[in-house]
Design a protein around this ligand. Structure first.
Ligand code: COA
Length: 352
């Protein structure tokens, strides 16, 4: 992996109106173990690189003044779309820039570009927004203050504050879902929820963790994408790719030595997409006083692709119980809402 300091490529760094730490860029060639059997790089690999870039720039910024040393912990990732596929052999360029600071949090915007180094062709594959919170190295439960960045224009600062206030309101909602569990199903019928639901158990080791000894957000997102991908592939048995991830809030830390169970179930199918809900539960069994708890939950959307890389219709999810029907309707609501937003963004200005 190559880490460069200085102006990043892509829109994020093109004309930065903000005077903060220099943008960073990480570049890495995509290898077979980053991708699925069809050669498409996993969404989870990209999410992990995005988080690494965000963690570097936010931790660097939060330690830029004298005082207590800290590590920036990932608190939230805004909804992210995977705009175009990345393939084995291409180079991923991940650039990160700090775009807003509140008293205790840092907003980082990350752009990912794929480069075909044989032809020089470049494509934007992702734009992501992440929020980090600095936690003291001496006391992981102590949130430190963030050095403010300077804005050249008042409007930029106001826009940043609006994004900050908006996510603060929105993130309260996910806490409500956190009691739900995924129960095993015996002899499920094809295309039912039980047919494709899957889970993965992972022992949290040192290489998964920050200097505090808690799991990196990127590691968790990669595992979540892996489970969601298994659910999607079991359902439609074709090549599948991550299309988007809804906003994820990281309310709880996961300690080194914990055993985490990542479970996924399908909640909704449209004609050509599948929504999968993923839960991460942690068992901190080295610290027996704490019981199993829900650390994170999120919705991933997957698309099934033909051999030529075109989206295919997916088998419709068969919902049986009242809860499954309710979740399907909720998924449909999210699907229609994001579809309407996407369409509004692509409308020519004259039609708005
Ligand atoms: N998204 C964005 N910002 C968040 C957030 C979220 N989900 N939760 C808290 N914050 C921000 C708050 O806005 C506040 O900043 P402000 O004062 O400038 O508004 C700051 O964090 C501290 O909030 P506070 O209420 O004092 O702290 P908390 O008790 O909610 O703890 C975390 C916040 C992020 C430290 C805590 O939720 C945590 O430890 N989460 C897990 C982090 C982690 O381990 N990430 C990787 C997971 S795999």
């Amino acid at each position: 992996m190559q880490l460069a300091r200085g102006p990043a490529s892509g829109e994020a760094a093109a004309a930065s109106p903000i005077s903060g730490p220099a943008a960073i860029q990480i570049s890495r060639i995509m290898r077979p173990d980053d991708a699925n059997i069809a050669g498409n790089v996993h969404g989870g690999t990209i999410l992990k690189m995005i988080e690494e870039a965000g963690a570097i720039i936010s931790t660097r910024h939060c330690n830029s003044q004298s005082g207590e040393r800290c590590v920036a912990a990932l608190a939230r990732v805004e909804r992210t779309d995977f705009l175009s596929p990345m393939c084995i052999g291409e180079v991923a360029h991940v650039s990160a820039e700090i775009t807003y600071t509140s008293k205790h949090s840092v907003e980082v915007q990350v752009h990912v570009e794929s480069e075909n180094i044989l032809t020089g062709a470049k494509r934007v594959t992702n734009k992501a927004t992440l929020w980090y919170v600095p936690l003291s190295l001496n006391n992981v439960n102590k949130v430190l203050e963030v050095p403010p960045i300077q804005f050249a224009e008042k409007a930029q600062e106001e826009e940043g504050r609006r994004r900050y206030e908006e996510q603060k309101l929105e993130r309260l909602e996910t806490k409500e879902r956190n009691g739900d569990v995924i129960m095993p199903v015996i002899n499920p019928e094809p295309y039912t929820v039980g047919y494709s639901q899957s889970s993965l158990i992972h022992l949290v080791g040192p290489s998964d963790c920050t200097m505090h000894g808690f799991v990196h957000g990127g590691v968790t997102m990669k595992l979540m994408d892996e489970v969601a991908g298994i659910v999607a592939a079991r359902h439609c048995k074709t090549n599948i790719v991550t299309a988007s991830v809804d906003a994820i809030n990281f309310h709880e830390k996961i300690k080194k030595g914990s055993v985490i169970t990542i479970s996924g179930r399908m909640t909704f199918t449209s004609n050509k997409s599948m929504e999968i809900e993923v839960f991460v539960d942690a068992d901190p069994f080295v610290d027996e006083s704490q019981e199993r708890y829900r650390a994170v939950s999120a919705f991933f959307t997957y698309v099934s692709l033909s051999k030529e890389g075109r989206p295919l219709p997916v088998p419709q999810l068969v919902v049986e119980t009242e809860d499954e029907k309710r979740r399907f309707e909720e998924g449909k609501g999210r699907y229609l809402q994001t579809k309407a937003k996407r369409q509004a963004q692509t409308q020519p200005l004259t039609q708005q």
